[in-house]
Design a protein around this ligand. Structure first.
Ligand SMILES: *[C@@H]1O[C@H](CO)[C@@H](O)[C@H](O)[C@H]1NC(C)=O
Ligand SMILES: *[C@@H]1O[C@H](CO)[C@@H](O)[C@H](O)[C@H]1NC(C)=O
Length: 403
C-alpha cells in the first residue's frame, strides 16, 4: 500500500508535458560561438539565422538527424538590447533579418526543432533584456514563433526567487498549449549544492544545468565528470523519462579534446543519461569526430528507455581511474572503465563484476567503440587504458546461471 502510494507520488511529481522521455539531442551554439554578433567582420561565425540554418542542414544531410540529433538551439545574444515600444522582445535584425518565426519554419521544414534562450532575471548573462515581469508575454511570443525548447538562465537574479520564478515559467509554458521543452539553470546558481531542491526542480523542468559551464578543454570535461561522479545530493535519483540532469554541451569537434578524450566525453555523457547537445562547427568536423558523435551503440545507452542515470561505482584511492555502471532497460549494463591520470604508459586495469555492482558470474561483453563482441568474461573485465583521459565502454549481458 505504502509502496503503491510512493509510486503514485513519484509519477505525479515529474513535469508532465510529454517531452524528453529520453535525453534530448541536438546542437546548441553557446560553447563554440558564444556571443559572437559581429557579422560584419566574421560573417561565417556570427550567431545569425544563416549559421543556425547551416547547422540544421548539416544535421539533416550528414546523418546526425538519423541517429537522433533533433534540436537546433539558439543561446544568448539573439535579441536587441532593449524591448520594443510594445514591451516585446525583438530579435537582432542584423542576425535574424526575417525574424525567428521564419527561421523556425525553415528548421521545422527539415523535420527538426528549434530552441531559444532567455533568463529569469532582469537581464540575460550577456546583458540583454531578461524575462522578469514579462514571463507570460515572452513565453507567448516564443510559442507564437513556433519555438520547441526554452533554456532559462539565472544571471541577474535573486536566487531566493528561483523557487517561485522557475515554476511560474513552467505554468506559462503549459498555458501556451504548445509543448515546449524546458531547460532550467536553477541548480547551477545555488551555491550550497546539498540544498538544491531537486524534487521541485524535477516537478518543473525537463532538464536542469547542475554545474559550471563547459569550456573547450579536457580539464573542464574532467571536472564535470568528477562532480557528477560524486553524485552531490543524490542527483541521479531525480533523472528519468521527462527529467534529466544536464552536465552541459558536447565539445567533441572543437579544439580541446584528443581522440581518446572525445570518446570519453561521449561515453560519460551517455552513462550520465545527459542531453547530447553538440556545440561545435559541423562544417569542419573530421571523420573520427563524426564517428564518435554518431556512434549508435553509445547513443543507445544515452537514450535507453529505462532512463536510469549511471553511477561511479568504483574509484581507486589515488583517483587515477574509476568505473561506472548504468542499468539498461533490457536487463543488461553499460560499463565504462575510465583512466584519469596523466603519467606513464598504457596499463592494464581489471574491474571485477563485484566492483561494477553486476550480480553475475559470467557475462557477454561487447566493446561499444570497436563495435566488437569480446566473448564471455567470468568474474571480471580486464582492459588496457592509455593515460590522460581514455576509456573503454562495454555492454555487459549477464549469463543466467542454470541449475
Ligand atoms: C499542461 O499540463 C497538463 C497537466 O500536467 C498536461 O496534461 C498537459 O499535457 C500540459 N500541456 C503542455 C502543452 O505542456
Ligand atoms: C532576495 O529576495 C528575498 C525574498 O524576496 C529578499 O528577502 C531579499 O532581500 C532579496 N535579496 C536581495 C539581495 O535583493
Amino acid at each position: 500500500m505504502i509502496l503503491l502510494l510512493l509510486a503514485i507520488l513519484q509519477v505525479s511529481s515529474a513535469l508532465d508535458n510529454g517531452l524528453a522521455r529520453t535525453p534530448p539531442m541536438g546542437w546548441l551554439n553557446w560553447e563554440r560561438y558564444r556571443c559572437n554578433t559581429d557579422c560584419k567582420n566574421d560573417p561565417a561565425n556570427c550567431i545569425s539565422a544563416d549559421l543556425f540554418l547551416e547547422m540544421a542542414k548539416l544535421m539533416k544531410y550528414e546523418g546526425y538527424a538519423d541517429v537522433g540529433y533533433e534540436y537546433v538551439n539558439i543561446d544568448d545574444c539573439w535579441m536587441e538590447r532593449e524591448r520594443g515600444a510594445d514591451g516585446k522582445l525583438v530579435p537582432n535584425p542584423e542576425l535574424f533579418p526575417e525574424g525567428i518565426a521564419a527561421l523556425a519554419d525553415a528548421i521545422h521544414s527539415m523535420g527538426l526543432k528549434i530552441g531559444i534562450y532567455e533568463d529569469y532575471g532582469t537581464k540575460t548573462c550577456g546583458g540583454y533584456p531578461g524575462t522578469k515581469d514579462h514571463i507570460e508575454d515572452d513565453v507567448n511570443l516564443f510559442a507564437s514563433w513556433g519555438i520547441d525548447s526554452l533554456k532559462l538562465d539565472g544571471c541577474y537574479c535573486n536566487t531566493s526567487e528561483f523557487s517561485t520564478g522557475y515554476p511560474a515559467v513552467t505554468k506559462a509554458l503549459n498555458a501556451t498549449g504548445r509543448p515546449i521543452l524546458y531547460s532550467c539553470s536553477w541548480p547551477a546558481y545555488l551555491h550550497d549544492k546539498d540544498k538544491v531542491p531537486y524534487g521541485d526542480i524535477a516537478e518543473n523542468c525537463n532538464l536542469w544545468r547542475n554545474y559550471a559551464d563547459i569550456q573547450d578543454s579536457w580539464d573542464s570535461v574532467q571536472n564535470i565528470i568528477n562532480w557528477f561522479g560524486d553524485n552531490h545530493g543524490d542527483l541521479a535519483s531525480y533523472a528519468g523519462p521527462g527529467n534529466w540532469n544536464d552536465p552541459d554541451m558536447l565539445i567533441i569537434g572543437d579544439y580541446g579534446l584528443s581522440f581518446e578524450q572525445s570518446q570519453t566525453q561521449m561515453a560519460m555523457w551517455a552513462m550520465m543519461a545527459a542531453p547530447l547537445y553538440m556545440s561545435n562547427d559541423l562544417r569542419t568536423l573530421r571523420q573520427w569526430q563524426k564517428d564518435i558523435l554518431m556512434n549508435q551503440e553509445v547513443i543507445a545507452v544515452d537514450q535507453d528507455p529505462l532512463g536510469k542515470q549511471g553511477l561511479r561505482v568504483f574509484q581507486d584511492p589515488k583517483k587515477h581511474y574509476e568505473y561506472w555502471t548504468r542499468e539498461l532497460a533490457d536487463g543488461t549494463y553499460a560499463v565504462v572503465m575510465y583512466r584519469r591520470d596523466t603519467s606513464g604508459l598504457p596499463r592494464s586495469y581489471t574491474a571485477t563484476f563485484a566492483q561494477l555492482k553486476i550480480d553475475a558470474k559470467s557475462a557477454y561483453v561487447r566493446d561499444l567503440f570497436r563495435h566488437m563482441d569480446l566473448g564471455v568474461y567470468t568474474d571480471q573485465i580486464t582492459a588496457t587504458l592509455p593515460p590522460s583521459g581514455s576509456c573503454k565502454m562495454f555492454k555487459v549481458t549477464p549469463i543466467k546461471e542454470e541449475f
